[in-house]
Design a protein around this ligand. Structure first.
Ligand code: BDR
Ligand code: CA
Length: 317
Protein backbone atom coordinates (compact mmCIF):
# COMPACT_ATOMS: atom_id res chain seq x y z
CA UNK A 1 0.00 0.00 0.00
CA UNK A 2 1.36 3.40 -0.91
CA UNK A 3 1.22 5.96 1.85
CA UNK A 4 -0.51 9.25 1.00
CA UNK A 5 1.31 12.33 2.21
CA UNK A 6 1.16 16.12 2.17
CA UNK A 7 4.53 17.86 2.58
CA UNK A 8 4.39 21.20 4.40
CA UNK A 9 7.70 22.93 3.83
CA UNK A 10 9.92 26.05 3.76
CA UNK A 11 12.75 25.08 1.36
CA UNK A 12 15.67 25.23 2.54
CA UNK A 13 18.25 22.88 1.02
CA UNK A 14 17.40 20.12 3.51
CA UNK A 15 13.69 20.52 2.73
CA UNK A 16 14.61 20.25 -0.95
CA UNK A 17 16.38 16.93 -0.37
CA UNK A 18 13.36 15.69 1.62
CA UNK A 19 11.02 16.60 -1.24
CA UNK A 20 13.27 14.86 -3.77
CA UNK A 21 13.44 11.78 -1.53
CA UNK A 22 9.63 11.71 -1.47
CA UNK A 23 9.45 12.11 -5.26
CA UNK A 24 11.98 9.28 -5.70
CA UNK A 25 9.72 7.04 -3.59
CA UNK A 26 6.56 7.98 -5.50
CA UNK A 27 7.35 7.62 -9.21
CA UNK A 28 3.94 7.53 -10.95
CA UNK A 29 3.15 4.07 -12.30
CA UNK A 30 6.08 2.39 -10.49
CA UNK A 31 4.87 -0.92 -9.02
CA UNK A 32 7.05 -0.38 -5.93
CA UNK A 33 5.97 3.24 -5.22
CA UNK A 34 5.97 3.63 -1.43
CA UNK A 35 4.43 7.11 -1.26
CA UNK A 36 1.85 9.20 -3.05
CA UNK A 37 2.54 12.94 -2.72
CA UNK A 38 -0.87 14.65 -2.71
CA UNK A 39 0.54 18.17 -2.62
CA UNK A 40 3.21 20.51 -1.33
CA UNK A 41 2.23 23.39 0.96
CA UNK A 42 4.65 26.26 1.39
CA UNK A 43 5.19 28.27 4.55
CA UNK A 44 7.42 31.21 5.48
CA UNK A 45 10.43 30.05 7.49
CA UNK A 46 13.99 29.65 6.27
CA UNK A 47 13.26 32.46 3.78
CA UNK A 48 10.13 34.55 3.12
CA UNK A 49 7.07 32.92 1.54
CA UNK A 50 7.60 34.11 -2.04
CA UNK A 51 10.92 32.22 -2.07
CA UNK A 52 9.66 29.06 -0.33
CA UNK A 53 6.77 28.83 -2.81
CA UNK A 54 9.09 29.45 -5.76
CA UNK A 55 11.49 26.80 -4.45
CA UNK A 56 8.69 24.22 -4.19
CA UNK A 57 7.73 24.93 -7.81
CA UNK A 58 11.36 24.69 -8.92
CA UNK A 59 11.71 21.28 -7.26
CA UNK A 60 8.57 19.90 -8.92
CA UNK A 61 10.06 20.99 -12.26
CA UNK A 62 13.46 19.46 -11.47
CA UNK A 63 11.85 16.12 -10.60
CA UNK A 64 9.39 16.41 -13.52
CA UNK A 65 6.52 16.22 -11.02
CA UNK A 66 4.50 19.32 -11.87
CA UNK A 67 1.42 17.10 -11.50
CA UNK A 68 1.90 17.69 -7.74
CA UNK A 69 0.31 21.04 -6.83
CA UNK A 70 2.13 23.68 -4.81
CA UNK A 71 -0.27 25.43 -2.42
CA UNK A 72 0.90 28.70 -0.94
CA UNK A 73 0.54 29.05 2.81
CA UNK A 74 1.18 31.44 5.68
CA UNK A 75 3.27 34.53 5.09
CA UNK A 76 4.03 34.95 8.82
CA UNK A 77 3.71 33.03 12.11
CA UNK A 78 0.43 33.13 14.08
CA UNK A 79 1.52 35.78 16.57
CA UNK A 80 5.21 36.56 16.22
CA UNK A 81 7.26 38.42 13.67
CA UNK A 82 8.86 36.13 11.08
CA UNK A 83 12.45 35.06 11.79
CA UNK A 84 14.36 33.73 8.76
CA UNK A 85 17.65 31.86 8.27
CA UNK A 86 19.39 33.25 5.19
CA UNK A 87 22.64 33.02 7.16
CA UNK A 88 22.33 29.23 6.85
CA UNK A 89 20.50 28.72 3.55
CA UNK A 90 21.51 31.77 1.48
CA UNK A 91 19.17 34.50 0.18
CA UNK A 92 17.05 32.15 -1.96
CA UNK A 93 16.85 29.32 0.62
CA UNK A 94 18.22 26.79 -1.86
CA UNK A 95 21.48 28.45 -2.92
CA UNK A 96 23.75 25.93 -4.64
CA UNK A 97 21.13 24.76 -7.17
CA UNK A 98 21.53 25.89 -10.77
CA UNK A 99 18.03 26.10 -12.26
CA UNK A 100 15.96 28.68 -14.15
CA UNK A 101 13.08 30.35 -12.35
CA UNK A 102 10.00 28.08 -12.43
CA UNK A 103 7.18 28.73 -14.90
CA UNK A 104 4.64 26.38 -13.30
CA UNK A 105 1.79 28.33 -11.67
CA UNK A 106 0.97 28.01 -8.00
CA UNK A 107 -2.23 26.04 -7.21
CA UNK A 108 -5.42 28.05 -6.75
CA UNK A 109 -6.27 26.70 -3.25
CA UNK A 110 -4.22 28.04 -0.37
CA UNK A 111 -2.32 25.70 1.94
CA UNK A 112 -4.66 25.59 4.95
CA UNK A 113 -7.74 25.09 2.75
CA UNK A 114 -5.97 22.40 0.71
CA UNK A 115 -4.98 20.56 3.90
CA UNK A 116 -8.56 20.70 5.20
CA UNK A 117 -10.16 19.67 1.88
CA UNK A 118 -7.73 16.79 1.39
CA UNK A 119 -8.03 15.44 4.93
CA UNK A 120 -11.83 15.66 4.96
CA UNK A 121 -12.15 13.87 1.61
CA UNK A 122 -9.31 11.31 1.81
CA UNK A 123 -8.67 8.62 4.43
CA UNK A 124 -5.27 7.82 5.90
CA UNK A 125 -3.33 10.94 4.94
CA UNK A 126 -0.01 11.59 6.72
CA UNK A 127 1.21 15.16 7.22
CA UNK A 128 4.96 15.67 6.87
CA UNK A 129 6.01 19.04 8.27
CA UNK A 130 9.47 20.39 7.53
CA UNK A 131 9.06 24.01 8.66
CA UNK A 132 7.19 26.17 11.18
CA UNK A 133 3.76 24.68 11.95
CA UNK A 134 1.73 27.77 10.99
CA UNK A 135 -0.21 26.17 8.12
CA UNK A 136 -1.22 23.20 10.25
CA UNK A 137 -2.46 25.48 13.05
CA UNK A 138 -4.42 27.52 10.48
CA UNK A 139 -5.96 24.33 9.08
CA UNK A 140 -6.95 23.25 12.62
CA UNK A 141 -8.64 26.62 13.16
CA UNK A 142 -10.48 26.32 9.84
CA UNK A 143 -11.77 22.78 10.50
CA UNK A 144 -11.11 21.27 13.95
CA UNK A 145 -12.48 17.92 12.75
CA UNK A 146 -9.28 17.29 10.76
CA UNK A 147 -7.68 16.14 14.03
CA UNK A 148 -9.46 12.81 13.81
CA UNK A 149 -8.73 12.42 10.11
CA UNK A 150 -4.90 12.59 10.20
CA UNK A 151 -3.21 9.19 10.11
CA UNK A 152 0.01 10.59 11.56
CA UNK A 153 1.92 13.87 11.64
CA UNK A 154 5.69 13.51 11.35
CA UNK A 155 7.53 16.73 12.06
CA UNK A 156 11.10 17.97 12.00
CA UNK A 157 11.52 20.22 14.99
CA UNK A 158 12.65 20.58 18.56
CA UNK A 159 15.59 19.23 20.46
CA UNK A 160 16.29 17.92 23.93
CA UNK A 161 19.71 16.44 24.73
CA UNK A 162 21.30 18.45 21.92
CA UNK A 163 19.93 21.89 22.90
CA UNK A 164 18.86 24.38 20.23
CA UNK A 165 20.22 25.78 16.97
CA UNK A 166 18.60 29.24 16.76
CA UNK A 167 18.91 29.96 20.49
CA UNK A 168 20.83 27.90 23.06
CA UNK A 169 17.62 25.98 23.82
CA UNK A 170 15.26 26.36 20.82
CA UNK A 171 15.25 24.67 17.43
CA UNK A 172 14.44 26.92 14.43
CA UNK A 173 11.07 25.47 13.23
CA UNK A 174 9.55 25.54 16.71
CA UNK A 175 11.09 28.91 17.60
CA UNK A 176 9.63 30.62 14.51
CA UNK A 177 6.05 29.72 15.46
CA UNK A 178 5.93 28.36 19.03
CA UNK A 179 2.18 29.02 19.38
CA UNK A 180 1.45 26.88 16.33
CA UNK A 181 3.80 24.14 17.56
CA UNK A 182 2.18 24.06 21.00
CA UNK A 183 -1.29 23.73 19.41
CA UNK A 184 -0.19 20.85 17.22
CA UNK A 185 1.79 18.98 19.88
CA UNK A 186 -0.96 19.18 22.49
CA UNK A 187 -3.71 18.13 20.05
CA UNK A 188 -4.74 14.46 19.85
CA UNK A 189 -3.03 14.05 16.45
CA UNK A 190 -0.67 11.01 16.51
CA UNK A 191 2.68 12.79 16.24
CA UNK A 192 6.28 11.75 15.65
CA UNK A 193 9.03 14.31 16.26
CA UNK A 194 12.46 14.30 14.59
CA UNK A 195 14.50 16.60 16.81
CA UNK A 196 18.08 17.89 16.51
CA UNK A 197 19.12 14.90 18.65
CA UNK A 198 18.54 12.76 15.54
CA UNK A 199 19.34 15.17 12.74
CA UNK A 200 22.73 16.17 14.13
CA UNK A 201 23.74 12.53 13.59
CA UNK A 202 22.76 12.68 9.88
CA UNK A 203 25.73 14.71 8.66
CA UNK A 204 26.37 15.35 4.95
CA UNK A 205 30.11 14.64 4.91
CA UNK A 206 32.06 15.27 1.67
CA UNK A 207 32.08 11.56 0.83
CA UNK A 208 28.30 11.34 1.27
CA UNK A 209 27.78 14.42 -0.91
CA UNK A 210 30.04 12.87 -3.58
CA UNK A 211 27.62 9.92 -3.85
CA UNK A 212 24.88 12.28 -5.06
CA UNK A 213 27.15 14.01 -7.58
CA UNK A 214 28.30 10.62 -8.90
CA UNK A 215 24.70 9.77 -9.84
CA UNK A 216 25.35 12.10 -12.79
CA UNK A 217 21.65 13.03 -13.03
CA UNK A 218 20.31 16.58 -12.85
CA UNK A 219 18.72 15.81 -9.47
CA UNK A 220 21.88 14.20 -8.08
CA UNK A 221 24.01 17.15 -9.18
CA UNK A 222 21.45 19.62 -7.75
CA UNK A 223 21.49 17.81 -4.39
CA UNK A 224 25.30 17.84 -4.29
CA UNK A 225 25.40 21.55 -5.20
CA UNK A 226 22.86 22.49 -2.55
CA UNK A 227 24.55 20.43 0.17
CA UNK A 228 27.97 21.84 -0.66
CA UNK A 229 26.56 25.33 -0.13
CA UNK A 230 24.57 24.35 2.96
CA UNK A 231 27.25 22.47 4.87
CA UNK A 232 29.77 25.35 4.89
CA UNK A 233 27.75 27.01 7.69
CA UNK A 234 27.98 24.07 10.10
CA UNK A 235 31.61 23.41 9.25
CA UNK A 236 32.56 27.04 9.97
CA UNK A 237 30.29 27.62 12.94
CA UNK A 238 30.37 24.30 14.80
CA UNK A 239 33.40 22.52 13.36
CA UNK A 240 31.13 19.71 12.16
CA UNK A 241 32.18 17.44 9.29
CA UNK A 242 29.19 18.67 7.24
CA UNK A 243 25.62 19.97 7.51
CA UNK A 244 22.91 18.07 9.40
CA UNK A 245 20.31 16.80 6.95
CA UNK A 246 17.32 17.57 9.15
CA UNK A 247 14.17 17.39 7.04
CA UNK A 248 14.82 14.22 4.99
CA UNK A 249 14.64 12.31 8.31
CA UNK A 250 10.86 12.87 8.23
CA UNK A 251 10.42 11.19 4.86
CA UNK A 252 13.00 8.48 5.65
CA UNK A 253 10.97 7.58 8.73
CA UNK A 254 7.97 6.79 6.54
CA UNK A 255 10.08 4.65 4.21
CA UNK A 256 12.26 2.83 6.76
CA UNK A 257 11.09 3.44 10.34
CA UNK A 258 13.60 0.87 11.59
CA UNK A 259 16.38 3.42 10.93
CA UNK A 260 15.12 5.43 13.93
CA UNK A 261 14.53 4.81 17.63
CA UNK A 262 12.88 6.90 20.32
CA UNK A 263 10.23 7.06 23.04
CA UNK A 264 6.57 8.03 23.43
CA UNK A 265 6.69 10.92 25.92
CA UNK A 266 5.10 14.25 26.81
CA UNK A 267 6.25 17.36 24.94
CA UNK A 268 5.15 20.95 25.58
CA UNK A 269 6.43 24.14 23.97
CA UNK A 270 7.53 27.30 25.80
CA UNK A 271 5.43 30.16 24.38
CA UNK A 272 5.93 33.04 26.80
CA UNK A 273 9.47 33.38 28.17
CA UNK A 274 11.78 35.50 25.98
CA UNK A 275 14.76 33.63 27.37
CA UNK A 276 13.57 30.15 26.42
CA UNK A 277 10.95 30.89 23.72
CA UNK A 278 10.24 27.90 21.48
CA UNK A 279 11.97 25.30 23.66
CA UNK A 280 10.48 21.84 23.39
CA UNK A 281 10.17 20.61 26.96
CA UNK A 282 10.56 16.85 26.45
CA UNK A 283 9.75 14.74 29.50
CA UNK A 284 12.15 11.97 28.48
CA UNK A 285 12.27 10.42 31.96
CA UNK A 286 8.54 10.74 32.71
CA UNK A 287 9.12 12.94 35.75
CA UNK A 288 6.09 15.21 35.31
CA UNK A 289 3.46 12.46 34.94
CA UNK A 290 1.97 14.52 32.10
CA UNK A 291 0.30 12.29 29.51
CA UNK A 292 2.63 11.22 26.66
CA UNK A 293 1.60 12.94 23.41
CA UNK A 294 4.52 12.53 20.99
CA UNK A 295 6.95 9.88 19.82
CA UNK A 296 10.29 11.65 20.13
CA UNK A 297 13.15 10.10 18.18
CA UNK A 298 16.68 10.09 19.54
CA UNK A 299 18.83 7.90 17.29
CA UNK A 300 19.35 7.14 13.62
CA UNK A 301 21.31 4.64 11.54
CA UNK A 302 23.04 7.37 9.51
CA UNK A 303 24.71 5.07 6.97
CA UNK A 304 21.37 3.34 6.28
CA UNK A 305 19.74 6.76 5.95
CA UNK A 306 22.24 7.94 3.30
CA UNK A 307 21.92 4.62 1.42
CA UNK A 308 18.16 5.19 1.29
CA UNK A 309 18.57 8.79 0.10
CA UNK A 310 20.99 7.92 -2.68
CA UNK A 311 18.87 5.00 -3.85
CA UNK A 312 15.56 6.89 -4.09
CA UNK A 313 17.11 10.07 -5.53
CA UNK A 314 18.87 7.92 -8.17
CA UNK A 315 15.38 7.18 -9.57
CA UNK A 316 14.80 10.84 -10.50
CA UNK A 317 15.74 12.60 -13.75
C1 BDR B 1 15.13 23.18 10.58
O1 BDR B 1 15.22 24.56 10.33
C2 BDR B 1 15.55 24.82 8.99
O2 BDR B 1 16.69 25.61 8.94
C3 BDR B 1 15.74 23.48 8.32
O3 BDR B 1 15.15 23.50 7.04
C4 BDR B 1 15.04 22.50 9.23
O4 BDR B 1 13.68 22.34 8.88
C5 BDR B 1 16.32 22.74 11.41
O5 BDR B 1 16.34 23.41 12.62
CA1 CA C 1 12.75 23.16 6.80
Amino acid sequence: MTRKIIIDTDPGQDDAVAILLAFGASIPGAPDAELEVLGLTSVAGNVPLDYTTRNCLMLTELAERTDVGVHEGAVAPLQRKLVTAEHVHGPTGIDGIDRPDPTTPVASTNAAQFIVDTLMSTDDVTLCTLGPLTNIAEALALEPAIVGRIRELVLMGGGHFEGGNITPVAEFNIYVDPQAAQQVLTSPIPTVMMPLDVTHKAISTPSRIARFRELGTESGIAVAGMLEFYHRYDIERYGMEGGPLHDPCVIAYLLQPELFSGRFVNVEVETSSDLTMGTTVVDWWGGTKREPNTTVMRDIDADGFYDLLVDRISRLP
